[in-house]
Every structure is written in structure tokens, then in C-alpha cells.
Design a protein around this ligand. Structure first.
Ligand SMILES: *Cc1c(COP(=O)(O)O)cnc(C)c1O
Length: 461
């Protein structure tokens, strides 16, 4: 399996192996890596376990970087950290509407499903190369703790995660600051989330520092994360459907999760429709409706992990709509960056609208859905999941079999749940335990040199 950049052109393009794509993250020309060919679904009868299916689906993408037995072992180890034997269990909301619970990993949000595998793949490849890497990341919430949990205790990796001091929820901060592992480091920056992101960019932009510190990223544009997320679409369809097509509804921010569904379909999975659920920050739903990509300011909502205006993974889909023409993809994105808007051709818009359906819920509607699900199905759901469930309920067609992805455990958002339902959701023991543990966190000024010094000081050689 070879990968190409979304900004490269047919006659003149590098083809990289999975190992370089994994460690490199972003392509040298600023594009994202995509597989040159999409493999067909492996011919498998119902697999015994989620881990077994994951190894089979990911095998062709990993393409020899890890051999089959090694991959099976690595994936089994990753999913042994989950607190449910099915890893991603299905729960019925009603006869034809199911929740696929993706929050049974160590940090109780769906980022664990991919990051637990990706960190192990990093460690494996670095071991083979006899190298080390330092992961640096900025977080406003879920990604930071999921990356830290995944890296904790890995031999070849260290991680520094910057968060804006005083601006994450108590639970989210504690999930980062109470981890006991010598190779993970939480830092609170005196600034906003954007400041944290700029500091990370400044570190990557400093060539000398980047090389000397062996910086690496595990952000949502890393192809390995998309590959790991394809698995649960196949898993859910195999468990439920027999031969009925399944429609998936995906609460969406950076477009990584729904892109994985799109790849599952390209691999041959019978997917009915892919519903893209947005909160008030609905750039994707508007794109599908109008064919125009247009930014607005980001509005904070009850579903903060979806408060995004520029969905980085969309570039991979645009590349397809341009039939693999990287120069045209880059031009459209350049226009969008410069002017805040860019338009698809009518043909491209049609292709997009044939494959995806988009809708949005505001905060009031989100709370209503949470209340209704509690009353009717006796279940607590978190605000991100509720956005998806609401969009699915509204957009569902008669006789359609729908799976809504549940992306976070309700106990991660107790205030919103209590507001919607009148009572806080019960927290799993492991989540409740972070309240009592000692915190370890370094306070840093909003200053690139100070942050670099911190990274140097914690690096293990
Ligand atoms: C990250 C996240 C999302 C959005 O996923 P994308 O892959 O960015 O579209 C939705 N819900 C929760 C809880 C998340 O953490």
C-alpha cells in the first residue's frame, strides 16, 4: 500500500509507505496523505472479537510495517484497555435506531479507539528504527487526555500537551494532570486554546528544534487514526444488518470520524447514507446544502469538541471530488484560506450531496434530545452524541436502519446532562477516581522559548 499527498499531482508524486505516513503526519507539501488505492473489505465471516476484525481491516493499510501476527497482538493489547468486552458495543434506542458506543476506552471518549492503536504503532516503528519521538499537542479538551493515556508508559515516546489554563472543564484537566507516567507531561499555558495551537505550530516551524527534539504529532489528520476508525463501521454493520444497508449518523468536527465511514463505504460496506451532524458551527452541513465552503466565527456550544470551523480532514474528500488533482485541491483551499469562502462546481456539489446528508442542532435542541432520550429510553447521553441522535431522528426515512455514533460518555459532561435531565449521570469508577488523585501540571507563560525549554527539560534520551 502506497500513500500520496492531497496536494500532489498525478504525473509528479511521491508514493510513501505506511511507516513514513504514520511518523510524518502531514505531507511535506502541506497536504494530507491518502491511500493510492482503497482495498476491498476482507472476506470474513463474523469475527470473534473487535480486535480480530480491527487487525483484518487495518492489515492492508498498515501494509507490512507490522507483520500480521504483530498487528493482531498490538491491536489486542490496545483494546484490552477498554472496559467493555465488545469494545464498541451497540445499544438499542428503538427497533431501528442504535447507538454505537465508542466511549469505553481509558478517557471515555471516542478518540481512544484510534489513539490506543496509533501510539502502539508509533512505538513499534520507532523501535524498529531505533529512534525516539516527542509528541507535542495542544488541546481544548478530549484529544489531549486520550493522547496522553495512549502514550503513557510507551518506551520510545514522550508527550507534552498544552492546554489553556483555567479554560478546560475540571474533569478534562484532571484526566490530563493525574496520569502517573514518567513520559507524559501536562502544561497549563497562560492564554487561549488558539495561543496553545500557535505555540505548537511555532515548535514545528523551528526546524532546528523540531529535529533536535524529534517532534511528532498524532493529531486528527494522521492517516493511521482514520484507518483505525474504519473498523467500527464494519463492526456495527456486521453485528446488525444481515443484508440491510445501514445509515450512520456522525457527530462531526474535524471530519475525521465521518471520513472513516466514507472509506468503509469505498471498501464495499453497504452503507445507506452518511449523516453529518453539526452543532451551531455547521460549516459542513452548509457545504452539503449549498456547495459553498464559508467560515463563520466559532460559537462555543455544549458540544465543545465539535466547535470547529475549518474541518481539516475535509481536504481528503475534496481531493476525491477533484479526481485526485492535487493542484486543484490546493487552489480551492488557498482561496478558502485567503477569502473565507470557496465554491464547488455544480457537478462536485451533486456528487457530495449524493453521498452525504448534513443537518445541525443548536444547544436548546441538544438539551431537548438529551431529555427525551432519558425519558423514553432511560438512557443518559452526552451533548455530542445528542447532536447526532437529534439529526438522525429528524432526518430518518421510514424503514431506514440507523446507527448513531456515541462519541463521549455522559459522565464527561455532567453539567449539561443535569441541565437536560434533572440529574447528573452516574460516573464509571475510573472517571470518578480522577477527582481524588494528585495533580501534576506545569504552568507556562504564553511564550515559545519558554515552552521549548520545557520540552527540552522533560525529554528522555
Ligand atoms: C473529537 C470529537 C468529535 C468530533 O470528531 P471528528 O473526528 O473531529 O469529526 C465528536 N465528539 C467527541 C466527544 C469528540 O471528542
Amino acid at each position: 500500500m502506497r500513500y500520496v499527498s492531497t496536494r500532489s499531482s498525478v504525473g509528479d508524486r511521491a508514493r510513501l509507505g505506511f511507516d513514513d505516513v504514520l511518523l510524518g503526519g502531514l505531507a511535506g507539501d502541506g497536504g494530507l496523505y491518502v491511500p493510492e488505492h482503497v482495498p476491498k473489505l476482507p472476506d470474513c465471516a463474523r469475527p470473534d472479537s473487535y480486535a480480530e476484525l480491527a487487525a483484518r481491516i487495518m492489515g492492508p493499510y498498515v501494509g507490512g510495517t507490522v507483520d500480521d501476527d504483530g498487528l493482531a497482538e498490538l491491536v489486542a493489547d490496545a483494546y484490552a484497555t477498554f472496559d467493555h468486552p465488545e469494545v464498541c458495543p451497540l445499544v438499542a434506542l428503538d427497533d431501528d435506531h442504535w447507538l454505537l458506543e465508542l466511549f469505553h476506552g481509558p478517557t471515555f471518549a471516542f478518540k481512544d479507539v484510534a489513539l490506543q492503536v496509533v501510539a502502539r504503532l508509533f512505538d513499534h516503528e520507532l523501535e524498529r528504527r531505533d529512534e525516539r519521538a516527542m509528541i507535542v499537542a495542544a488541546t481544548s479538551g478530549d484529544t489531549g487526555s486520550a493522547a496522553m493515556e495512549a502514550v503513557a508508559g510507551r518506551d520510545r515516546l514522550d508527550i507534552v500537551v498544552l492546554h489553556p489554563a483555567g479554560r478546560t472543564s475540571e474533569i478534562q484537566r484532571r484526566q490530563m494532570t493525574t496520569l502517573e507516567a514518567p513520559n507524559v507531561h501536562a502544561a497549563a499555558v497562560d492564554g487561549t486554546f488558539d495561543d496553545c495551537q500557535d505555540l505548537v505550530k511555532a515548535m514545528f516551524g523551528d526546524e532546528r528544534f523540531r529535529t533536535e527534539s524529534r517532534l511528532a504529532a498524532v493529531n486528527s489528520i494522521n492517516w493511521a487514526r482514520v484507518a483505525a476508525q474504519i473498523v467500527y463501521y464494519v463492526w456495527a454493520a456486521q453485528r446488525l444488518a444481515g443484508d440491510r444497508p445501514v445509515t450512520f449518523c456522525v457527530p462531526t468536527g474535524n471530519f475525521g470520524n465521518v471520513l472513516a465511514g466514507h472509506y468503509a463505504r469505498r471498501m464495499g460496506l453497504r452503507i445507506g447514507r452518511l449523516l453529518i451532524a453539526s452543532n451551531t458551527n455547521d460549516i459542513l452541513s452548509r457545504l452539503i446544502e449549498t456547495g459553498e465552503l464559508a467560515t463563520h466565527d466559532v460559537t462555543p456550544t455544549l458540544s465543545p469538541s465539535m466547535d470547529i470551523q475549518i474541518s481539516s480532514n475535509l481536504e481528503r474528500l475534496l481531493f476525491e471530488l477533484f479526481d485526485g488533482d492535487g493542484a486543484a485541491t490546493a487552489e480551492l483551499l488557498g482561496q478558502f484560506r485567503a477569502r473565507g469562502r470557496a465554491r464547488l462546481t455544480p457537478q462536485q456539489h451533486q456528487r457530495l450531496a449524493a453521498e452525504f446528508f448534513g443537518d445541525r442542532l443548536n444547544d436548546r435542541e441538544t438539551l431537548e434530545v438529551m431529555g427525551r432520550v432519558r425519558a423514553e429510553a432511560q438512557m443518559f447521553i452526552d451533548p455530542h452524541t445528542a447532536v447526532g441522535v437529534g439529526v438522525a431522528q429528524r432526518g430518518r426515512r421510514p424503514g431506514e436502519l440507523v446507527v448513531s455514533l456515541a462519541t463521549a460518555h455522559p459522565a464527561k459532561f455532567p453539567e449539561a446532562v443535569a441541565r437536560a435531565t434533572g440529574s447528573p449521570p452516574p460516573a464509571p469508577l475510573a472517571l470518578a477516581a480522577v477527582a481524588d488523585r494528585a495533580e501534576r501540571c506545569t504552568s507556562l507563560p504564553n511564550d515559545a522559548e519558554a515552552v521549548k525549554d520545557f520540552v527540552r527539560s522533560v525529554r528522555r534520551d
